[in-house]
Design a protein around this ligand. Structure first.
Ligand code: URA
Length: 190
């Protein structure tokens, strides 16, 4: 880990900017390839993530891993993080002020990784990152381009675990991500 990442991880570890710090076991900054082309953003750590200090390691993380694998990629090739870095009690959605308090960390992660594509996992990530209030069922599968970065909103893996009929659409979204990355790489000659 280079100095910028170390400083950021340390800053998150000591963070007390919002009430979520009071009940956390561990902070969950994020992990993966610091130069990833693709960044996945979820909403916030759950119980397993809070215990291990790593994002998406519980049931929804296992599904996310399988989907990344099915694209022919490894989890270690992408970067995975969340809107908030501490577990909201009872896995509730993060409150707007909690997401706001954590925004600077997500921004720094974005600046350090410089991904070409960001996959927004679920409505909460879509709302806080794109300020988009429309239902995820309407937004999923459509690209949003901001400042040269491609955003793909899709269902959160936990929604797929609750309702497996959504998996087909999510899989289409993941395939679109893979295809877009190939296009971007071909266009830039890398
Ligand atoms: N759900 C999330 O949004 N993030 C995690 O890290 C785990 C579950």
């Amino acid at each position: 880990m280079n100095t910028s990442w170390q400083l950021l991880t340390e800053e998150i570890k000591n963070c007390d900017k919002c009430r979520l710090c009071e009940r956390r076991t561990n902070t969950v900054p994020g992990e993966g390839n610091p130069n990833a082309d693709i960044m996945f953003i979820g909403e916030g750590p759950g119980r397993d993530e809070d215990l291990q200090g790593r994002p998406f390691v519980g049931a929804s993380g296992q599904l996310l891993d399988r989907m990344i694998h099915a694209l022919g990629m490894e989890r270690t090739e992408v970067y995975i993080c969340n809107v908030v870095k501490c577990r909201p009690p009872g896995n509730r959605n993060p409150e707007p002020d909690e997401a706001e308090a954590c925004k600077g960390y997500l921004r720094q992660q974005f600046v350090l990784v410089r991904p070409k594509i960001i996959v927004l996992l679920g409505k909460v990530a879509m709302r806080y990152v794109l300020q988009e209030e429309a239902p995820i069922s309407r937004m999923r599968g459509s690209w949003v381009v901001r400042k040269g970065v491609w955003f793909m909103p899709t269902y959160h893996p936990s929604a797929l675990l609750r309702d497996s009929s959504l998996k087909r659409d999510a899989w289409e979204d993941f395939k679109a991500v893979k295809q877009k990355l190939e296009e971007i790489k071909n266009d830039s000659g890398t």
